[in-house]
Design a protein around this ligand. Structure first.
Ligand SMILES: *Cc1c(COP(=O)(O)O)cnc(C)c1O
Length: 353
């Protein structure tokens, strides 16, 4: 016979996604501009997963979505139906033609090669153009654009876009430099323009143009400081043990009890995106009470010091109102984006709202 405690400990870790908060974040970002606001849902909605977040955003009023690849665009089209525009940031890559055509995807063409491929294979299919204003990652460079723009504009692009490299740092001189380059490449052209992601929205009106493309802010991440948290991660306790002073926990004995201690072993580890680099700088919470994560993070497990709890916990919370994706990111020396997109496949996902 299993005890009630053991039964309640059997569930896998649960990633709860608050769709109401997600849509609220979109509305708040939308209200900061007078232009249209798209939604970036690449990498499976920044790791939150599934069709539900994108469908919730569609119902909230999003008309244009952005994803990284045509494969992502294909799944998104199947989830959202024929209505919204689905833009592909990697453009029209070799092998993508059938997906672009069958799923009515709109590639953001990044080079002369992609333009030739698109115009030859799908001469009447919609497309946008990505311009490089200095990030040197994707898009046409000024000289390339100058040489081809008349031909391209004659085909009627849906959008001219570029991406800011330093928008999370409002004082960075790279921002006005890229803004100037974007104006130089696009002023006087009668096609909708887009420069700002989450960071760019916060830089103010000059950066908004006709369409913004927030991603991370929708999911509750920096630099959108006022974001409502969207993801909550509750991890079940597998086992609890009592330790004498001097006993150690986990690989390499990095944590040593300096008092009689109770230690909980939790059922998620670095294979679930609890980055090993977080080390002992992360906390888990039982209600409002913080418990320190101790010892090395293992592949499928972490340990927490629950000595000070008055109850025996069945679950402890890693992510939520008490500890944001950005706090965890700081503990691991990374950014909230990486925490979100690392969240594991093994979590049960539960959608609220
Ligand atoms: C990822 C991405 C976005 C969204 O950026 P956030 O910083 O997450 O808001 C917008 N545009 C492009 C080109 C991107 O690659």
């Amino acid at each position: 016979m299993r005890t009630a405690f053991e039964k309640s400990c059997m569930a896998t870790a649960t990633l709860s996604i608050d769709l109401t908060a997600l849509c609220e974040n979109w509305r708040v970002l939308d209200a900061m501009t007078t232009c249209e606001t798209a939604a970036v849902v690449k990498a499976d909605g920044y790791g939150l997963g599934g069709d539900r977040p994108a469908r919730a955003l569609l119902h909230a009023g999003v008309k244009r979505f952005f994803v990284a690849s045509s494969e992502e665009g294909t799944s998104l089209r199947q989830a959202l139906g024929p209505e919204p525009e689905i833009n592909i940031l990697s453009g029209h890559m070799s092998g993508d033609t059938d997906m672009i055509s069958d799923m009515t995807l709109t590639p953001m063409l990044n080079s002369v090669d992609q333009m030739l491929r698109h115009f030859e294979a799908l001469p009447t299919a919609p497309f946008g153009v990505q311009l490089d204003t200095g990030m040197n990652r994707l898009g046409m460079e000024p000289a390339e654009w100058a040489a081809t723009r008349d031909i391209v504009l004659a085909q009627g692009p849906t959008l001219l876009m570029s991406h800011l490299a330093c928008a999370d740092d409002p004082e960075n001189p790279m921002n006005p430099r890229q803004l100037g380059a974007f104006h130089e490449m696009t002023d006087g052209i009668d096609v909708p323009r887009s420069l700002a992601a989450t960071g760019g929205i916060l830089l103010g009106d000059d950066y908004h143009f006709d369409l913004t493309r927030p991603g991370v802010g929708l999911y509750g991440g920096m630099p959108f400081v006022e974001a409502t948290p969207v993801a909550q991660l509750d991890i079940p306790v597998i086992q609890i043990r009592d330790l004498e002073p001097g006993e150690t926990v986990g690989y390499s004995n990095t944590w040593i009890a300096n008092r009689p201690s109770r230690v909980a072993t939790l059922a998620a580890g670095y294979a679930d995106g609890i980055l090993r680099a977080m080390g002992e700088d992360a906390w888990v919470h039982h209600g409002d009470t913080p418990c320190k994560v101790i010892g090395r993070i293992s592949m499928d497990m972490i340990a927490a010091d629950v000595t000070d709890l008055t109850e025996t916990p069945t679950h402890l919370q890693l992510l939520g109102g008490h500890q944001s994706v950005d706090t965890l990111a700081e503990a691991a020396g990374t950014i909230g984006y990486e925490i979100l997109t690392s969240l594991g496949e093994r979590y049960g996902r539960r959608y609220k709202g």
